[in-house]
Design a protein around this ligand. Structure first.
Ligand code: RRO
Length: 310
């Protein structure tokens, strides 16, 4: 059940959603077991910014029916901290490494992309243009023109695949997707979390320290399905589908509407081995479907969602 994605060989089509699996902490807890049975076919690191960030004030999480709301606010060691402390550890993982970066201006993103361009440990970069928690993070991913300008600035800096992680909090996501493709994106990933909020049950004030946050988990699966379908049919570059995937069946559904590979996020908090379980359920489902369809698991209707040439 191997998969190829942007020229990267993957053992199976399931990776992690950025920021939902701390591989360094997991290795401390699970040791060699993690390396021997790594749950994802590639590892996407949490978002790196140019400067170190503390993140949002607590509380940062709200658990709700069907998922949760996070308002983490990009805490990270900054580029230099990442390069010296995290990258050497992440480079030892048994799967390709995808580094997720976010800048607050085109020049910042350019500096981040440039810092990884010559790093052999890094298979691809994911541009986070969709964080709903940090005011300026919204802009580039919500506007086709802004996003095209960003891609035009950073595309010449590296030969590595550039995956653009789209925000669902935009009025015309397929238009943004087409702009990214037109300006040189190698692939798209979606959906990031959907902006939401929760109130303190007693005071009625916003619960999250950041005020609003990003809703994730099964509650957003139907939105992910619709958005992946509309984006996949609008572009011909590969699509990473994510949003509330908990089972092989959820993964298969996103693939039916055009995702090439799948990312698992919130489910990994409940079950750190979810990636492998979902990959194996997906494999079984596809084998059953292949047999029952006489060897073709992709119906003509499904094929119609995609543009040709992939
Ligand atoms: O750090 C966060 O609060 C965060 C990020 Br960068 C993101 O992309 N998506 C999200 O739900 N939270």
């Amino acid at each position: 059940m191997s998969a190829a994605f942007c020229g990267i060989e993957l053992a199976h089509p399931v990776i992690n959603a950025s920021g939902t699996f701390d591989a360094i902490a997991a290795e401390r807890v699970f040791g060699d077991q993690l390396i021997e049975r790594f749950p994802f076919a590639a590892f996407v690191s949490k978002t790196v910014t140019l400067e170190p960030r503390q993140g949002n004030p607590p509380p940062r999480l709200w658990e709700m029916a069907g998922g949760m709301i996070n308002s983490i606010g990009l805490p990270n060691k900054g580029l230099q901290g990442y390069l010296t402390e995290d990258l050497p550890k992440l480079a030892r993982l048994p799967v390709p490494l995808i580094v997720n970066v976010m800048g607050f201006s085109r020049e910042e993103v350019a500096e981040l992309v440039g810092a990884f361009a010559g790093r052999d440990e890094v298979a691809a970069l994911e541009l986070n243009v969709s964080c709903p928690n940090v005011e300026t993070g919204m802009v580039m991913g919500a506007d086709p023109h802004e996003l095209a300008l960003l891609l035009e600035r950073v595309r010449p800096i590296t030969d590595k695949p550039l995956i653009v992680k789209l925000t669902p909090n935009a009025s015309d996501v397929p238009a943004v997707a087409r702009a990214a493709e037109g300006a040189g994106a190698s692939a798209l990933s979606l959906i990031n979390t959907i902006r939401g909020m929760a109130l303190h049950p007693r005071t009625g004030e916003p619960w999250l320290g950041g005020g609003t946050g990003g809703v994730s988990g099964p509650a957003i699966r139907a939105v992910a399905l619709a958005q992946v379908r509309s984006v996949a049919s609008a572009v011909s570059i590969p699509v990473v589908g994510m949003g509330g995937v908990q089972s092989g069946r959820d993964a298969r559904d996103l693939m039916r509407v055009g995702a090439d590979i799948i990312a698992v996020g919130t489910e990994s908090f409940r079950d750190p081995a979810a990636g492998l379980r979902i990959a194996s359920e997906l494999h079984e489902l596809r084998a059953v479907e292949k047999n029952s369809h006489g060897g073709d698991s992709c119906s003509p209707e499904t094929a119609g969602f995609r543009s040709a040439g992939r």
